[in-house]
Ligand binder design. Sequence first.
Ligand code: SF4
Ligand code: SF4
Length: 206
Amino acid sequence: MAVIEKIIETTTKPIRQTVDGLYNIFLGMFTVAKNTTRNPITNQYPEKMPDLYPRSRHRLALQVDPDTGEHLCIACKQCERVCPDACISVIPHDTVKAKSTQFYIDHGLCMFCGLCTEVCPTDCIINTVDFEMSEETREDLIYDIRKLTLTQEQSRTYFDLKGYESKATKKKAATAADPSKLKPHLGGISQKAVQAALEAVGIKKD
Ligand code: SF4
Ligand code: SF4
C-alpha cells in the first residue's frame, strides 16, 4: 500500500504544483487589473496636507486656560517622572507654589507615546497635530517654555478639538449639578464662619 501511495504522490505532485502556480498567477493578474481602474490614494505632500485625527500625537505643547490666559502648568513634574525617554525637564518656581519657571522638552528624544499628556492633571501638556518640525541641528529640537506655550486662541482650538473643559466650564457644570460642590474661597474667613454662612442658605458643607 505504501508503495502505491508513494507512486500516486510522485505522479500527482507536479500537477498540483502547476495548478497552484496558475492560481497564484491568476490572482496576481486579477489584483493588478482591479487596482488599475482605482483612483490613486497617495497624498502629494506637501502640496496636499494629510487628514490628521484630532488625537494624533505629534509636537508637544503647553496650554493656557482659554478663558483667562493663565498658564496651566502647576509644576507637579508628573510628566517628567512618567516619560520613558527622560526628555522632559520641569523647573519649578523658587518661591511661587504651583508655577514653573522653565520647561524643556527634547523633541529629538521624544517617541510621541503620549504618556506625559495622560498623566497631566491640568490638561496642560498636549500632543498637537503639527508634525512639521524638522530643524537643522538637534539642539533646535529642544523647546523651552516660550516655544512650547500655545496662545490663548491656539489653546481654545485644542480644548475644542480634544474635548477638554476649561476651569470655568467645569465649575459651572459642577455648580449646576450640585450647588454644595461649590468650594468657597476661604481667604481670611474662618471655617466656622463659612460653615455658618453655608448652613444659613441651606447648604451642608462636606
Ligand atoms: S510623548 Fe512620551 S517620550 Fe515624548 S515627552 Fe511625552 S512621555 Fe516622553
Ligand atoms: S504634568 Fe502637567 S502640570 Fe504637571 S508639570 Fe507636567 S505639564 Fe505641568
